[in-house]
Structure formats: C-alpha cells, structure tokens
Design a binder for this molecule. Sequence first.
Ligand SMILES: [Mg+2]
Length: 238
Amino acid sequence: MAVRAVVFDWGGTLTPWHDVDLTAQWYAYAQVYDPAEAASLARRLRDREEQLWQQQRASAGAVSTGALDSLFLAEGIDINDARHLRALGHYLDFWLPHTYADPDALDLLRGLKGRGCLVGVLSNTMWPRSYHQEVFARDDLDAFIDVAVYSSELSVAKPHASAFGVVLQALAVRPEEAVFVGDRLWDDIQGAREAGMRTIWIPHSTLPGREVPEARPDATAQRLQDILGIVERWDQLP
Ligand SMILES: [Mg+2]
C-alpha cells in the first residue's frame, strides 16, 4: 500500500530529545508571578501537571491532560491578568532552547512533500496551538505541515486510537495509507499500530514511566533523514 501521509510526534521526534526539569520550568513562571512564594507555587504547579499526565497515562489516553490554562485556573490564577501573562512568557522562554527542530527535519518534510506525501503532526501537549505554530514557523516547517493535532485541544490523547483517528480524518487518509513516526514505544508506536498505521521509531529519548518493550515498530530510524528511504522502500512494495 502506497504511503499517502506521514504523521510525526513532536518532542523527541521532530525535535531532538532534551531532559527538562519540570520543577525548574515552573520556577521560571513562579519567580515572576509570585516572587515571595515562588518555590511553593512552582511545586504546586508541578504536582498538578504531573497529576494530569499521570491521569492521561493511567487512562491510556482516554482522558487527555487538557490545556495549560486548566492548571492556572485550578490554582486560582486569573489567566487574563498581566502578571500571569508576563510569568507565562518566562515559562515559554525557559522552554525555548528545547523547541528547535532537528537539523534534518526541514529537508525530510520537504522531501516527503516532494514525493506527494501529506505531512501531519500529532502531539501530546498541554501547550496551545499558537505556541506550537510559532515554533514551526520560526524553523520554517509550517509550510510543509498539512495538519497538526494537539491533545491540548482534544478530550483524548495518544496512545488512544481516537487521537490517531482525529489526525487521519483531518488528512483524509486511511490508517493503512499512513505512517506514524515517534520516539515513545507506548504512546506512539503501540498506539499507532493499534490504530492500523505503519510505524517508525526514533530510539534516542530517555523516557520516564510506562514503556512497552514488546511494542515492535515496523522500522527504526537512527536519524530523521533515514525516514525518506524507508518510505520510498515501502512505496515500492507490492
Ligand atoms: Mg515524543
């Protein structure tokens, strides 16, 4: 079956993997929002965030974390307040160095589009679409992405088959016509396989929590640039 679409995970897949200190990210926020109580606010936001990710994992993506704003609202923070928006800017600045695309990503996406493939993104994220969009535009990837689906806008997340269904439907392709590329064996590889897609694993991330060593990707790519060759081979299969 010809490959009509390639759908990518974002963190650890289109970006190289980075270990990020979850308390430090919230400290960057809290230092601006409430300098006197920064350490305890950072801890509370971290705990709330971890709880949401755990809920998502425990439900196998049947429940998503929702959007970042839900954390602030639960903490009683006014999300329209200028102080909050300033603090949020510091949180996003903290993340900035971890958001740059893999140096191979632009050539890969261009190559896939050149073959007539559709390109999608499906990310488990709490960030708003606007932030992801900015990052893709900065790295010149936005013109090559046909559809981007973020779990912050969904009630489900990877590895739930419905999350994959959303991106497949938006691309108007059947699962067997699509390939999923991701760094997580459980969320990405097992999830996409269960949704009926072929899978390519990027094996360089240090992952916490639940993993399934028995999840078997159809192919493994040591570098993003290997993906074009894999897709070309699959296209030539009868
Ligand atoms: Mg990832």
